[in-house]
Design a protein around this ligand. Structure first.
Ligand code: MG
Length: 314
């Protein structure tokens, strides 16, 4: 993998940047910040897609490192995903299927934030655009407070968009109709406003695309652009990375300098690390390329590695 060129002193130099990186043969263990101290770390918050998995397949060196470190007790791991196409139980199954020992409280997903939001706002009628399994999961989680999930323009208090791999035109039309009916109707067509005031609309995460073996595929960010283009519909809240609220369970257990977020995306994974004030380990096994890092204008990641396991060599 070509990442730049080596200087006469053997150090690796990225064109156009004054910063020197240490080149250690093979490919990129590119250390960019001296403050990163692996011996201080106790907990890694791991992104999944592009970091531990590529689609359904484990990124083997990274997964083997997590298994060995879990079994030896060297590090605690949490699994952070913006991908709301699956339930936490499905992620447990996916992670356990790669032979990684995992407990429910290690899974961090925006569905947890959405559940908390619905509870805090006291909503009882929600139109959730999500896969059938995710709607069933949310229905079960919120049954104790009597929340109903379904398209009901007269009663819906919240419209929510998750990463729905069963998305249909009918669901998109219902979302926009709900917004139109609750936000002024449409005099030209005779569509009447339903009483109850403007409807709240939230999205589980902002990702523009999901990495896959076939390259980027549509995700919630793209759907949000489609909706905004259609009728100006915009979410009041977008959960998931980069919102640091997802890291709260980890921050309650560890000091900030004991934690690092590991991920393949600068605009979500690094952003949540920055927002929470913890180190970021950038892996090149997913979306971010060396060229992206060259163009990146923010503070550099604490360390950049080809795959997560290489972090021990940093
Ligand atoms: Mg990722």
């Amino acid at each position: 993998m070509k990442c730049g060129r080596r200087g006469s002193d053997g150090r690796f130099f990225v064109p156009g940047r004054r910063r020197h990186f240490t080149w250690r043969g093979g490919c990129a263990i590119i250390r960019v910040m001296k403050k990163f101290d692996i011996s201080r770390k106790k907990a890694f918050v791991c992104d999944l897609d592009g970091t531990l998995f590529m689609g359904p397949n484990p990124i083997r060196p990274a997964v083997d490192f997590v298994i060995e470190s879990t079994n030896s007790g060297r590090f605690c791991f949490f699994y952070l995903t913006n991908n709301t196409s699956k339930t936490p139980a499905e992620y447990m199954k996916k992670i356990a299927g790669a032979k990684i020992p995992v407990e429910p409280d290690q899974i961090l997903t925006p569905l947890i934030t959405l559940e908390e939001y619905i509870r805090e706002e006291g909503y009882r009628s929600v139109y959730l655009v999500a896969s059938a399994a995710v709607v069933k999961h949310m229905d079960e989680r919120l049954r104790d407070v009597g929340v109903s999930f379904g398209f009901d323009p007269a009663r819906n208090e919240l419209a929510a968009l998750a990463y729905d791999k069963e998305l249909t035109y009918d669901k998109l039309q219902k979302l926009t109709t709900l917004w139109n009916m609750r936000n002024g109707g449409n005099a030209a067509t005779g569509l009447k406003t339903v009483e109850g005031g403007p409807i709240d609309f939230v999205a589980t995460h902002p990702d523009n695309c999901c990495p896959s073996e076939a390259g980027p595929i549509p995700d919630v960010g793209g759907m949000l652009k489609l909706l905004e283009t259609t009728n100006g519909m915009k979410p009041s809240h977008v959960f998931g990375k980069p919102s640091p609220s997802l890291l709260q369970p980890v921050l309650l257990q560890f000091a900030k300098d004991e934690i690092a977020v590991v991920g393949d995306r600068l605009y979500t994974d690094k952003a949540i690390a920055d927002n929470a004030g913890v180190d970021f380990v950038c892996v090149l096994s997913g979306e971010t390329t060396p060229a992206d890092l060259e163009r990146y204008e923010g503070t550099p990641p604490a360390i950049v590695v080809e795959t997560f396991d290489k972090v021990m060599e940093g």
